[in-house]
Each structure stands twice: as structure tokens, then as C-alpha cells.
Unconditional design. Sequence first.
Length: 136
Amino acid sequence: MDIATVEQQYNQLQQEGQSVTQGIQGLAGKLKTAADGGSTDAREWLLDLKELALTIQQEQQQVMMLMQAMHQAVQNDMQRYAQQPGYPQTPQAPGYPQTQPQQGGFLNSLEHSGFGQALMMGAGFGIGDDLINAIF
């Protein structure tokens, strides 16, 4: 798996979270209109929808915690790897420059990707408290 695939999957996950939010907002608006019109069923369904939205929010927070834990594990492994003594350097022939090990690769790219930056900042996706309060 390469960093482009990780970025693509993360962006798709964010878009799907936004779609869920929009769907809940639309349904909540319809139920609120019906409840304001006197429908007792609509009031009950609106409360059920709020409970469902809170459950979805908890699930999305758990997914973000999992991704943050995975990111931390990768960082820990990178630090351990960087601290391990390397193989002894072989002498270089005169006139040839000493080569330095290249930094980077998948883990470095992941850390500097949009996905990695979002994880480091604790950013999430999905249904926020302000949205739930605004809907209900």
C-alpha cells in the first residue's frame, strides 16, 4: 500500500462521513417540520434519530482513536528504528563522497500526508457535537 492509496481512502472516509451528516440533517429537518405541525410520531422519531446520530458519532470517534493509536505505534517504531545502531560504515575509497542514508519511505510520507497531519492534530470527521445540538 502506498501513501496515495492511504490518502484516497482517508478522503473517501471523510466524504462518506459528510454524506451521513447531510442525510441526518435532511431527515431531522423533515421530522422537525412534522413535529412542529403536531405529529407526536414525528417527535418520537426525532428523538430516535438523535440517539442514532449520537451512536454514529461515538463510532466515528472510536475509528479516529484507532487511527491515532496506529499512528502513534508507527511513530514509536520509527523512533526505535532511528535509535538502533547501524552496521559499521565501510571505509570509502579516496575521492568518492560518503553517502548518507536516505530519510523517507512510506512511514515518512505517511507522517507528512494530509491523513498523517490530521491524525497528529487529533482532527476527525463526521458528526460533531455542534451539529447534533443544531439539529436537535
